[in-house]
Design a protein around this ligand. Structure first.
Ligand SMILES: Cc1cc2nc3c(=O)[nH]c(=O)nc-3n(C[C@H](O)[C@H](O)[C@H](O)COP(=O)(O)OP(=O)(O)OC[C@H]3O[C@@H](n4cnc5c(N)ncnc54)[C@H](O)[C@@H]3O)c2cc1C
Ligand code: SF4
Length: 507
């Protein structure tokens, strides 16, 4: 007999390792281990979501006829690591070896590869593009632009295709998806599930063991099995998808979720299948229940961005997470862990991260990410923060978004120019600035929005690298035209802000 490893983000009945094995002879191993739960200080909601979903998935496998050796975090024999549990179970069951589906993190791939057990790794085929597909697409290209990869994925899946042409005549309707924040939101947000007894048990465990981590454990309302995740998906397709596109980039003080899908955590843990989710969205479009800009935008995020960043993570290799092309070294300020800040946009994004283990894409990219980039915070610290605080965060998807898209620390593999903006962008897309202690209109002075100061400071200190970038020439032209005395004032106020922040003063 063999052991079949099922990791916490592999909760899919058609997992390649399960398909390969035989429920009559082989034993599934699942384990809640301290190493995985604490190698970064994960948000308690994220840990609870995964443990609760793992326990339910193990029950489902048993009901399907599998023998499951499940280790709970507080089992006295728990060795504390995935490899430790495999070695223990192998001797208990006299197993000939271990079959597993490739993990989504280099750290775990290396650990499993080094195990003193005969092991067989299978590709994770819950994705649309295999590593070989991505390598073939990337081969010989000077620039790996997501848009072209995405078109191939549309052709491959047939999603939103009209013969060999894109539905509606255009591949991308992003142009229609940048409306500023609406006055009111007519979608109540994600479907919420009251914790049942098994979830409550996990919540008590997580409160005991991880209660001091950043993040609120309760109220806990996440789906913890595929049935619930599908109910949530149907609820969102009806109520949220129609306006998802229009307000995809908007941010509001009083709406944490707006029209977003909140499906990332379910997709990444394996409770939902990416193709199933996209087909459900396409069906809504075909039935006339959702417009093309919303459905195309959503499908592009999943078969485009999600697959593309995974391709980059595996193509670039284990050192990707430690890249720091811009040489940034500042400490991550305490406001990222909930310490007071006068910047309302940061306070709001961090606060909902704390309560929900969630912030949407533009909050991650243009608020917390933009600030970290402008302020020169060390990419490794920012990477660790994002990996810890979001319920959907796993290294294969988080690292390319943080190191590559948000911080330009990979030197421009993912982004052709840094995603930076002054306060103006946040002001246009949100209602944050109206209730901020800083003034977004002020470019200098004690009340000036820090994004306004830091934006120019960033451009100035990285002039050598970015001056020649054709997409940034306009920014430098504006800076160079500014009165020299004013330029000096901006730079000195920005430097003062950064040194106060570095000294730990609330900013
Ligand atoms: C700095 C930064 C860090 C991020 N970290 C993560 C992360 O740890 N895990 C994660 O799944 N996503 C991450 N993203 C991408 C994106 O922000 C989240 O997928 C999204 O906010 C999840 O919320 P949702 O399910 O409501 O998504 P929606 O806005 O409803 O989008 C639908 C789905 O599209 C996919 N998607 C959208 N954008 C991306 C993207 N850039 N990369 C990969 N998939 C995408 C996700 O599966 C998402 O669930 C990050 C983005 C940035 C800028
Ligand atoms: S004024 Fe600046 S710091 Fe304040 S909310 Fe607006 S963008 Fe953020």
């Amino acid at each position: 007999m063999r052991l079949v490893l099922v990791l916490g983000d592999q909760l899919s009945p058609n997992l390649s390792a399960l398909r390969k094995c035989d429920k009559a002879n082989d034993v599934v191993v699942m384990a809640e281990v301290a190493d995985e739960a604490s190698y970064v200080p994960h948000h308690p909601k994220k840990i609870a979501f995964l443990f609760a979903a793992m326990r339910k998935f193990a029950d489902q496998l048993r009901a399907d006829g599998w023998q499951v050796a499940y280790t709970r975090l507080d089992d006295p024999d728990n060795t504390g690591s995935i490899t430790g549990e495999l070695i223990r179970r192998a001797s208990e069951h006299k197993a000939a070896g271990v079959v597993y589906t490739e993990p989504g993190e280099w750290r775990l791939i290396a650990a499993l590869g080094d195990m003193p057990l005969q092991s067989h790794s299978l590709p994770d085929d819950r994705f649309i593009a295999s590593h070989a597909d991505f390598a073939a697409w990337a081969e010989g290209r000077k620039q790996l632009r997501m848009e072209y990869f995405y078109r191939d994925m549309r052709r491959k899946t047939g999603l939103l295709m009209d013969g060999d042409q894109p539905e509606g005549g255009k591949w991308n309707y992003d142009h229609d998806n940048r409306k500023p924040a609406p006055d009111s939101v007519d979608y109540a947000g994600p479907m919420q599930f009251a914790p049942d007894h098994s979830v409550e048990e996990v919540l008590d465990l997580v409160a005991r063991r991880f209660g001091n981590n950043f993040g609120d454990l309760r109220p806990f309302w996440l789906a913890t099995d595929t049935g619930q995740a599908r109910q949530h998906l149907a609820h969102w397709i009806k109520g949220g998808l129609p306006k998802f596109g229009d307000y995809q980039d908007a941010m509001l003080n009083d709406h944490k979720f707006l029209y977003h899908g909140i499906v990332g955590l379910y997709l990444n843990a394996g409770l939902l299948d990416p193709l199933e989710v996209c087909q459900a969205a396409e069906a809504a479009y075909r039935a006339g229940n959702a417009p093309l800009n919303a459905v195309e935008g959503f499908i592009r995020q999943i078969i485009g961005w999600r697959e593309y960043v995974r391709g980059i993570y595996f193509r670039e290799g284990p050192d990707y997470v430690s890249r720091n092309a811009l040489g940034h070294t500042a400490k991550l300020p305490a406001m990222y862990w909930g310490a007071p800040t006068k910047m309302n946009c940061i306070a709001k994004a961090v606060d909902q991260t704390k309560t929900e283990a969630y912030a949407h894409h533009i909050q991650r990219l243009m608020v917390t990410g933009n600030f970290a980039l402008l302020a020169g915070i060390a990419p490794a610290a920012v990477h660790e923060w994002y990996l810890a605080v979001y319920a959907d965060a796993y290294e294969w998807v988080e690292a390319p978004n943080v190191i590559g898209m948000s911080l330009f620390a990979d030197g421009g593999i993912i982004a052709s120019k840094p995603y930076i903006s002054s306060g103006n962008y946040i002001h246009k897309m949100s209602d944050y600035c109206g209730s901020c202690a800083y003034r977004v209109q002020d470019k200098t002075g004690v009340d000036a929005c820090p994004f306004n100061l830091l934006y120019w400071h960033f451009l100035d200190r990285h002039r050598d690298r970015f001056k020649g970038n054709p997409r940034m020439g306009q920014m430098y032209a504006v800076w160079d035209k500014m009165d020299p005395a004013r330029r000096d004032q901006v730079l000195s106020e920005a430097a003062d802000f950064l040194s106060r922040m570095d000294a730990g003063a609330p900013v």
